[in-house]
Design a protein around this ligand. Structure first.
Ligand code: NAD
Length: 296
């Protein structure tokens, strides 16, 4: 069992931190939000006052923060991880951030004597609480070997996607596909309905035909066929438009930098941007269906 510092106890990090405690690790927890720290402490974590306090005797540091700028400042700021954690500690960043930010963090962390893994997740708040997240990890083999047993305490499927930043690359490519497939699924259900098929009938056919995809079978954007889907609770997230848009921006930036053409990915980005601009950033990302039906 390891001594772990956990930084970033938000919607995702709160559940992940609790699962590390349940797995038997000793956890020191820090967040800028004092309420999140007391909640973690009520579940068995040591409440830390600062990043430096959290990491002072850590063998492993896990972070779950909003974006790259937060990760870089928490890691390399004056009161940060690199200046205060014991050398040789393994840094595992589970936030979704730009591939370039992740690679910068790896280079700086390694130069400062740490092992680093970028390990963004697939799965939402429920999976974070249940400990069933999928982790896609990037980093050296030696770093991954040390990170894997820790990640197993928070997730079900753990993949080593290659070197520094490859976890983030896998995550944004996957989520770009998800954004595209969700819009396609919404358009297909809307078209079928306009042509006279009800959602249940179209679902029965398409879910076992060549149009089948996760957006349809696990998260159907038309109310009815998948009981647990946000479409059955007026598109309350779930996975909000704003979060999908964040991932599509990251994908578009990375594609530009890598010279990869993503024509449909950019179209998906503009569709989610439009929903966000109109004030629907808090709607579930399958709410494209509502928009197609003229209900927004
Ligand atoms: P959140 O905003 O609920 O949590 C982020 C936490 O970080 C907050 O509690 C905030 O106070 C804390 N924080 C910010 N700056 C800090 C600092 N300098 N020091 C310490 N704490 C700081 O966000 P979330 O939904 O938990 O998402 C976290 C990450 O996980 C994001 O990168 C997101 O893209 C990714 N993600 C989220 C989901 C989801 O469904 N929510 C799914 C997959 C991936």
């Amino acid at each position: 069992m390891a001594k772990i510092a956990f930084i970033g106890l938000g919607n995702m990090g709160g559940g992940m931190c609790a699962n590390l405690i349940k797995a038997g690790h000793t956890v020191a927890a820090f967040d800028l939000n004092a309420e999140a720290v007391s909640l973690a402490s009520s579940k068995g974590a040591r409440a830390a006052d600062t990043v430096s306090d959290a990491v002072r005797d850590a063998e492993v540091v896990v972070s779950m923060l909003p974006a790259g700028k937060h990760v870089l400042s928490v890691y390399f700021g004056a009161d940060g991880v690199a200046a205060n954690a014991p050398k040789g500690a393994v840094l595992i960043d589970c936030s979704t951030i730009a591939v370039t930010d992740a690679r910068e963090a790896h280079t700086k962390a390694e130069a400062a004597g740490f092992l680093m893994v970028d390990a963004p997740v697939s799965g939402g708040v429920a999976a974070a609480e249940a400990g069933t997240l999928t982790f896609m990890a990037g980093g050296e083999e030696a770093a991954f070997a040390k990170a894997e047993p820790i990640l197993k305490g928070m997730g079900k499927n753990i993949f080593h996607a290659g070197g520094a930043g490859n976890g983030q690359a896998a995550k944004i490519a996957n989520n770009m596909l998800l954004g595209i497939s969700m819009i396609g699924t919404c358009e297909a259900f809307n078209l079928a309905e306009k042509l006279g098929l009800d959602a249940e009938t179209f679902f029965k056919i398409s879910s076992v035909s060549s149009g089948q995809c996760w957006s349809m079978t696990s998260y159907c954007p038309a109310p009815g066929p998948v009981q647990t889907a946000p479409s059955n609770r007026d598109y309350k997230p779930g996975f909000a438009v704003a979060m999908m848009l964040k991932d599509l921006h990251l994908a578009a930036d990375a594609a530009r930098a890598a010279g990869a053409e993503i024509r449909v990915g950019e179209l998906a980005e503009s569709i989610y941007q439009n929903l966000s601009d109109r004030g629907f950033g808090g709607l579930d990302f399958s709410g494209v269906m509502k928009d197609l039906k003229g209900q927004l």
